[in-house]
Design a protein. Structure first.
Length: 116
């Protein structure tokens, strides 16, 4: 991840963190989530996240997340019966390939589920 962030990569970059948001490590990311988008490594090195880089936290709940972290993030909640991951990924790929903006997405919850 760090090597990719140091280089100027074309296109979008996504950092996906899947699991509990533990304050012990996530508090170190607060400066990355701020407007300054600066990551400070334990050795003191500072890495600026490019504008094309996004961070996603995929969590079951926010039980251990602090208000400092939550206030820096946009939240999207899907109930268990709202939308399946294959539906979401399928629609996202269609939009990326076709240049469709997210604001024009149709009601995904009515789409049939598909296997990946």
């Amino acid at each position: 991840i760090v090597e990719n962030l140091r280089e100027d990569q074309p296109g979008r970059q996504w950092i996906v963190m899947d699991g509990d948001v533990d304050p012990e490590w996530v508090e170190n990311l607060n400066s990355v989530l701020d407007d300054i988008r600066l990551l400070t490594l334990p050795n003191g090195e500072r890495i600026s996240l490019p504008p094309s880089c996004r961070i996603i936290f995929e969590v079951e709940d926010l039980e251990h997340a602090t208000l400092a972290t939550i206030s820096r993030c946009g939240m999207v909640w899907f109930g268990e019966n709202t939308l399946s991951l294959p539906q979401l990924l399928d629609r996202a790929l269609v939009c990326v390939r076709g240049g469709i903006q997210p604001s024009s997405w149709v009601d995904l919850s009515s789409a049939p589920q598909q296997e990946l």
